[in-house]
Design a protein around this ligand. Structure first.
Ligand SMILES: NC(=O)C1=CN([C@@H]2O[C@H](COP(=O)(O)OP(=O)(O)OC[C@H]3O[C@@H](n4cnc5c(N)ncnc54)[C@H](OP(=O)(O)O)[C@@H]3O)[C@@H](O)[C@H]2O)C=CC1
Ligand SMILES: Nc1nc(O)c(N)c(N[C@@H]2O[C@H](COP(=O)(O)O)[C@@H](O)[C@H]2O)n1
Length: 101
């Protein structure tokens, strides 16, 4: 399967889970966040993890864990958001571009 197709499937599944979660939440007896004059931002946490639970090399060098398809999904998700947040350690170690191609 080509990376674009894989990403479309993964993303569709991902967003349907998010939508279900929000729509299945019980309505508040008092007020919703929108009634109170604000809406929560949509925040997505994504990271790549090795089978033994690691996200970075011990010497704090940038480590590519994701396969090509997963990187396509990463960039797709970046494009769906207004901002990308990483820790200062990531900035110093990786000097990431954090773009969405
Ligand atoms: N596999 C993946 O998907 C990803 C991997 N990485 C990898 O992770 C590595 C970076 O790791 P690391 O530097 O640990 O993480 P981060 O880049 O997330 O930096 C750690 C952040 O946490 C803050 N912090 C630490 N302890 C606390 C605390 N007790 N309370 C509140 N804030 C705290 C630090 O702030 P302070 O200034 O106070 O120290 C700092 O901003 C890089 O090598 C990068 O490649 C990064 C992102 C994704
Ligand atoms: N999705 C994903 N897979 C990996 O294997 C990774 N190591 C990361 N790391 C994150 O992506 C940043 C580097 O990519 P760009 O230079 O921004 O394209 C890195 O700093 C981590 O935040 N992600």
């Amino acid at each position: 399967m080509d990376p674009d197709t894989v990403t479309r499937y993964l993303a569709k599944d991902f967003w349907s889970t998010v939508d279900k979660k929000f729509s299945s939440e019980p309505a508040s007896e008092t007020s919703t966040s929108e009634d109170r004059g604000y809406i929560y931002p949509k925040v997505t946490l994504t990271f790549a993890q090795t089978l033994d639970g690691k996200i970075s090399a011990s010497e704090r060098k940038q480590l590519l864990i994701s396969c090509k398809e997963s990187m396509v999904l990463t960039h797709y998700l970046r494009n769906q958001h207004d901002g990308i947040l990483v820790g200062v350690g990531t900035i110093l170690n990786d000097n990431p571009s954090l773009n969405g191609n």
